[in-house]
Design a protein around this ligand. Structure first.
Ligand code: BG6
Length: 255
């Protein structure tokens, strides 16, 4: 039998906790690469874990992506979200509107009865334009909130898959591959050792702020994300990883 085939979900979760050094790992059945209902399940569990973690007055930074969109789909109104603010983690990461962090922050607030803030930053801004935007009081307000983020809710992507989704040119893709990029989160690209090899020029939550946040919840599944999950885990900042069997089995069979 293949490695891990004899193990149940709990054993997979335990194995991952040890291998990745993440305190809590939850593994759902199936492989998100294969079936859409697995992504729905990741979102359902993500919504439950977020609800358990939330405290009155929390600032929750959220990223975009299909996994976090699935969490938004599964949130429901609850008194625990009183005075909670959802804030997009980064602005302008080249994601489709439905999957942008801004959209998901607003959707989560609408679902739970919380409030939200937006970061209006167009994609691919010139450095000078970014500097100008940074001086806007509205933007500064949101950045100040992000500095007090208690909970970070984010997805993890395969580096090259994410760069393609963001329409990087062939040349930029080749540069990324050359630099050894394996994973992507928050617009940062990391190599196998977890070192930053590239970051998208936008504003929002900085990696240092992710490290400072009390609770970091990661949602990422599918066999194709195994290497990315392993790479991002080197950051040693995650409290909870919600993943699936496809990613878990692949992760446990790589050294
Ligand atoms: C993006 C985030 O929106 O979603 C990325 O900005 C993340 O940081 C990605 O890697 C993950 O997307 P998905 O669809 O695989 O959950």
């Amino acid at each position: 039998p293949l490695v891990g085939e004899l193990f149940g979900l709990r054993d997979l979760a335990e194995g991952l906790q040890k291998k990745l050094g993440i305190p809590e790992v939850i593994v759902v059945q199936g492989d998100a690469d294969q079936s859409p209902w697995v992504k729905a399940e990741l979102g359902r569990v993500g919504a439950r874990v977020l609800k358990q973690a939330i405290q009155e007055g929390d600032i929750v930074a959220v990223t975009g992506g299909t996994s976090i969109a699935s969490v938004a789909n599964h949130l429901t109104p609850s008194a625990s979200f009183k005075h909670v603010q959802f804030v997009p983690a980064r602005g302008g990461l080249g994601e489709r509107v439905e999957l942008q962090a801004n959209t998901l922050a607003a959707a989560m607030a609408a679902k739970t009865g919380a409030t939200y803030r937006l970061l209006h930053v167009p994609d691919r801004l010139h450095p000078e334009a970014l500097q100008t935007l940074l001086k806007e009081p509205q933007v500064q307000d949101v950045l100040a909130l992000l500095q007090n983020t208690r909970i970070v809710l984010h997805g993890i992507g395969d580096a090259i898959a994410m760069a393609r989704r963001r329409n990087y040119s062939e040349e930029e893709l080749a540069d990324l591959a050359e630099a050894g990029a394996v994973s992507e989160a928050f617009g940062y690209y990391f190599n196998e050792a977890g070192e930053t090899v590239h970051r998208m020029p936008t504003i929002g939550l900085q990696l240092e702020e992710v490290h400072k946040a009390e609770t970091v919840l990661s949602i990422a599944g599918g066999e194709s994300k195994a290497k990315a999950i392993l790479s991002f885990a080197k950051q040693s900042c995650q409290n909870v990883l919600i993943t699936d069997e496809g990613a878990a089995r692949a992760l446990l069979s790589t050294r």
